[in-house]
Design a protein around this ligand. Structure first.
Ligand code: CA
Length: 335
């Protein structure tokens, strides 16, 4: 099957989305540049299909410095056998491939932040063209969409899968059930700071069952977080009825992230000294970290306090912060 997009996309998929079996291919996007005048970006893609059934669409590397998604999805693409599934699995392990190769959150080509430019444009920059192909080419093929994120080089999180508060409560319930089935230690009901431009928002607007994650961070993966991602993708395929079996459930604790009471930003530039570790319980107004001014000795640290009651589920990662950096994310616990 060719995707007949109107207006056409400059991205051409070197896979047949309707063929049974397994294909390792690429999304090819022309990229003319100094070292390759008629060059192209080849974004790896794998399509595994076995007859009719639901379609799962899995992304890693939306941000190029987050590694649990690519680790789990390169593995899944290599290991998943067509005879193991009913339906179709489309795997894009490193969606912003130029950013992934550069180990950067954003594209080194055009500075594009993939998760802030959806739905994209077929006539825009490189990153917008990729987003547009996802929006008009890939998302419509899917029933269940998973976009695996982690904190990247500047954030760290307790490992969680998440679904958003949505106007359509039936869709919201589907998304939350899928987030729980992913089987991370935590699941989060989430309202974004600014949902515009996110892959999430485009997938949800099409009525898809959408799950995102934050699986630790710091610009690397650990054995624990990689295992959560590997189990999660298979759990979600089982939940969708694509892979046989029931999701391997561990205890998942539900948390809520709403705008008020969730985020605390640094009021100053400085050296960050955390009083709490990820996963610690905290009450509103209690100190989470001190920001130590480093321009001269003798200046008093500034204390950042918890914006709400709950668990510290996200924090800044490197040792230095700038004014406005996200220092603390607090998720409220279900009673
Ligand atoms: Ca991310």
């Amino acid at each position: 099957m060719t995707l007949d997009l109107n207006p056409p996309s400059p991205v051409s998929p070197a896979v047949d989305f309707d063929a049974d079996g397994k294909q390792h291919g690429a999304l090819r996007l022309p990229w003319s540049r100094d070292d390759s005048a008629w060059g192209a970006i080849h974004i790896p893609i794998c399509v595994v299909r076995n007859g009719d059934g639901p379609t799962a669409l899995f992304f890693g590397g939306n941000h190029g410095d987050e590694y649990e998604g690519p680790i789990a999805l390169y593995d899944l693409a290599r290991l998943l056998k067509p005879e193991d599934i009913t339906g179709r699995v489309i795997i894009v392990p490193a969606l912003n491939y130029p950013a992934f190769r550069a180990a950067k959150r954003t594209s080194p080509i055009d500075g594009g932040n993939m998760n802030r430019i959806f739905p994209g444009r077929p006539d825009g920059g490189i990153t917008e063209k990729i987003a547009d192909f996802v929006t008009r080419g890939l998302l419509p093929l899917a029933d269940v969409v998973l976009d695996i994120h982690s904190g990247g080089k500047t954030l760290d999180f307790v490992p969680f899968a998440a679904a958003h508060f949505l106007a359509d409560k039936e869709q919201q319930a589907r998304c939350m059930a899928a987030a729980e089935a992913f089987g991370a230690p935590f699941a989060v009901r989430m309202r974004e700071i600014d949902a515009a431009g996110m892959l999430d928002t485009s997938a949800e607007a099409l009525g898809k069952t959408f799950v995102t994650t934050e699986l630790a961070g710091g610009g690397t993966a650990t054995p624990e977080t990689a295992a959560i991602a590997r189990h999660g993708v298979r759990n979600l395929l089982k939940h969708a009825g694509i892979l046989d079996g029931v999701p391997e459930r561990q205890e998942t604790r539900w948390l809520t992230m709403e705008e008020a009471g969730t985020f605390a930003a640094s009021p100053a530039d400085g050296l960050v000294d955390y009083a709490l570790a990820l996963g610690d319980e905290v009450r509103r107004g209690e100190p989470v970290a001190r920001i130590i001014p480093h321009g001269s000795t003798g200046a008093a640290p500034v204390t950042v306090t918890a914006p709400g009651d709950g668990l510290l589920i996200g924090r800044h990662f490197p040792g230095l912060v700038q004014t406005g950096d996200c220092v603390a994310v607090v998720g409220s616990l279900d009673d």
